[in-house]
Write a protein that binds this ligand. Structure first.
Ligand SMILES: *Cc1c(COP(=O)(O)O)cnc(C)c1O
Length: 367
């Protein structure tokens, strides 16, 4: 796919849009600033000494240079291949609004998968074409069906893939991804959501960007970086695609405190080894249970587990103050729960809740 195809796939309204030019976009943020109707001083109730560098009276930079520089270095891409967003959620929303015409276009996904792809499509009025995975197949990506759908459905503008996938934890092999990218050429943008890639041994798909301008990679600080509260993610793609998204992102998407704290967060020591140990403990805790029918450890910081009674287990854990995610009501995930890897104390609490579940189960059986 050549680069002009990216524009050909975008909604004509977005191509024609004259993007809003903000004060911070159109002039330097140095010197005397009388161009953005801000107060000349901060009045946030915070002591100036506490957060002197934040200058909360000022609008923040739309794409703060230092953070763009840091994230592009971390992700191994060029600065013009990256757009910082309020989490990957915003990236998903921007992509859907740039490429899907309401009532005409569609997204392609493979459920069970992250729910926001479908929600973004629904909000935009795009159809959802789904190639479901099957438990019998260990939830592997149905590559053949996805490629068939691309062949049969000219409406598809976006293909949402996730590696590792949520909630099944599986990785997409590189040659599977390139097959899908080849099938999508000239027709659709292929998004690889890598929210959990740091937990896995795999490299990012972003190394394929030069070869495949139709590829988009989503990264986030929310999972492996332990900074979900900052709402900071990145869309990584061909500069031409990044510029299209930049046209519709709100003028000042990133709050100044988030920018400052994100710079801090990416300098902290990696927690990956600690999480990996805790994940082993969680797997061990689950492996010994008679009520666990199957588990998919996956490559992320959670485990998908099939149990005897997902509703009962989820309720029992909640009664003990431990929240796990019940996926029972989702197609293909009968009696499945997803459990996030927590701290040792969290897992102690979970283990205690399992003990109570087993006592209750034993008494129910006796009745
Ligand atoms: C958690 C998650 C996200 C959300 O990321 P934010 O950056 O916090 O918006 C995106 N994709 C998947 C698959 C996730 O599980």
């Amino acid at each position: 796919m050549n680069r002009s195809m990216i524009e050909a796939l975008a909604r004509p309204e977005i191509l024609a849009l004259k993007a809003y030019v903000s004060a911070r976009n159109s002039a330097t943020d140095q010197g005397v600033l009388l161009n953005a109707n801000e107060l000349p001083w901060s009045s946030t109730g915070l002591d100036a000494g506490e957060v002197p560098e934040l200058k909360l009276n000022r609008y923040p930079s739309p794409q703060p240079a230092e953070l763009v520089e840091k994230l592009s270095r971390i992700y191994g891409v060029q600065q013009n291949q990256l757009l910082i967003t309020r989490g990957s959620d915003e990236g998903i929303d921007l992509l859907t609004r740039v490429f899907c015409r309401a009532g005409q276009d569609a997204i392609l996904q493979s459920s069970p998968c992250f729910g926001m792809y479908g929600i973004a499509a629904n909000i935009q009025g795009a159809a959802i074409i789904d190639c479901p995975r099957s438990e019998d197949d260990d939830f592997q990506l149905p590559t053949h069906n996805l490629i068939e759908s691309l062949r049969q459905e000219s409406r598809i503008r976006l293909v949402f893939l996730t590696s590792p996938n949520n909630p099944t934890g599986d990785l997409i092999p590189k040659n599977t991804l390139t097959r899908i990218l080849d099938s999508a050429a000239n027709q659709a943008i292929v998004i690889v959501d890598e929210a959990y890639i740091e937990f896995s041994p795999e490299d990012s798909a972003s190394s394929l960007l030069d070869q495949y301008p139709q590829l988009v990679v989503l990264r986030t600080l929310s999972k492996a970086w332990g900074a979900a509260g900052l709402r900071c993610g990145a869309v990584i793609a061909d500069p031409c695609l990044i510029q299209l998204l930049a046209r519709i992102i709100p003028p000042y998407p990133l709050p100044a405190p988030s920018i400052a704290l994100a710079l801090n967060a990416v300098q902290q020591a990696s927690q990956l080894e600690a999480i990996s140990k805790l994940k082993e403990r969680l797997i061990e805790m689950l492996s010994a249970r008679s009520w666990v029918e199957k588990l998919w450890p996956g490559a992320a910081n959670f485990i998908l587990v099939k149990v005897d009674h997902a509703d009962n287990l989820t309720r029992c854990c909640a009664e003990q103050g431990v929240q796990i995610r019940n996926f029972s009501s989702q197609p293909g995930l009968d009696n499945c729960v997803r459990i996030t890897v927590g701290s040792d104390e969290d897992l102690d609490r979970l283990e205690a809740a399992f003990g109570i579940y087993e006592q209750q189960g034993a008494s129910t059986d006796a009745q």
